[in-house]
Ligand binder design. Structure first.
Ligand code: FAD
Ligand code: MG
Length: 343
């Protein structure tokens, strides 16, 4: 009898041990379609099923809160109530809108979180994409004025009011960066040592690849985005975010219309740039600035990065790679067709 008891105890311990072991077993990098893009997270030795689940759940939550395409999201509800009333928002949404307005203010709206009406009429990246009429553009420009966003924080209760009818927020140029920062925080809380986060090209290289090696990140060729990378960056614990003309666009009569819009002209920004990449610990700031610098163009955009002392570079239509002073040595050019200069 005693012996039987011992055997069953042993069996229970073994089952417990196996199930605990299974919980901790690592699984490979995971990819999901979320926040409107392909998101891949690789947690290497810390990659448990549970942790991946927590991270992708966080991305879904962010999408459900911030996507304009989900009618119940905080942003969609704020847009539905434009010109009617303020709506309650979470602290996270408040912080993103606030950071966006701050950059809009210092760049005279080159980055514009109220760009929703213009994004909607161009519909770039969707089946409905087309060149809007002049009247549509004029009307959308008027409704895209970020000065008409009222953001309120009263004793930690947050709200936003779009004071004019027909206004609409669009956080497509910033929320992926915010999402990468949120993932990073969860990894820190869980003592994860290293990870690679790629949210549709918005990359966070978390920790070090190995004790003595940084991560190596490739930057796409904007002339051929499916080909080999043209630049390599060696990075540790930082984010790199690229905004380019080569993924979301349509062409008509030989002209390319892409998704980086100038809310003064109402058209996709047409300057010398094909892509802009920003390297910065805050992925949200990198995301905002990649869009901003693209819209500002070479002189103002690269000048802004120098002023803020943030590392970045652009690839131009003339196959020139122009870097900020502090990024020159970081940018390793892999394709001899491209030349590298300092701004
Ligand atoms: P970025 O340069 O970072 O951003 C470009 C995007 O920012 C544009 O697409 C536009 O939305 C906006 N923008 C353009 N010009 C300006 C400007 N001057 N100032 C400020 N913003 C500007 N895509 C889908 O197709 N379907 C979805 O359901 C969907 N849901 C999403 C949900 C969330 C929470 C997020 C973050 C994104 C979602 N997206 C979705 C993708 C989104 O619409 C953008 O196209 C995407 O974030 C573009 O990122 P990017 O890195 O290519 O370019
Ligand atoms: Mg951006």
């Amino acid at each position: 009898m005693h012996k039987i008891k011992n055997i069953s105890l042993l069996a229970i311990i073994s089952i417990l041990f196996i199930s605990c072991f299974n919980k901790e077993e690592t699984i490979p990098a995971q990819t999901e379609l979320v926040i409107g893009t392909v998101c891949t997270i690789n947690l290497f030795d810390d990659g448990t099923e549970l942790l991946y689940e927590i991270l992708f759940k966080k991305l879904s939550e962010i999408e459900n809160t911030m996507s304009v395409n989900i009618p119940t999201s905080e942003i969609a509800v704020a847009n539905q109530n434009a010109g009617i009333k303020p709506v309650e928002i979470s602290q996270e949404t408040y912080e993103i809108i606030k950071a966006s307005i701050d950059i809009a203010n210092i760049t005279d709206g080159a980055f514009n979180p109220a760009i929703g009406p213009l994004v909607k009429i161009w519909a770039i990246g969707t089946e409905a994409a087309r060149i809007p009429t002049t009247n549509e553009i004029t009307s959308a420009i008027v409704r895209s004025n970020w000065n008409n966003i009222e953001l309120l924080n009263t004793n930690n209760e947050y709200s936003v009011f779009l004071t004019k009818e027909g206004m609409a927020l669009d956080l497509g140029g910033v929320a992926k960066g915010f999402a990468a920062d949120s993932i990073r925080s969860i990894l820190e809380e869980n003592n994860v040592q290293k990870a690679m986060i790629d949210l549709g090209g918005n990359v966070f290289a978390y920790g070090k690849k190995t004790e003595n090696t940084p991560w190596r990140i490739g930057i796409k060729n904007p002339f051929n985005s499916t080909g080999d990378p043209i630049i390599a960056l060696s990075l540790t614990d930082t984010s790199v975010v690229t905004s380019g003309v080569y993924e979301r666009f349509f062409e008509e009569d030989g002209v390319r219309y892409h998704h980086l819009l100038n809310s003064k002209t109402g058209y996709p920004e047409n300057n010398d740039f094909l892509s802009v990449s920003i390297i910065c610990e805050s992925s949200m700031l990198a995301d905002i600035l990649s869009t901003t610098v693209f819209v500002l163009g070479k002189e103002k955009g690269m000048g802004l990065l120098e002023e803020l002392k943030i590392q970045g570079f652009c690839v131009t239509k003339e196959k020139e790679i122009i870097t900020t002073n502090n990024a020159y040595n970081l940018v390793e050019v892999l394709d001899p067709e491209f030349t590298k200069t300092i701004f």
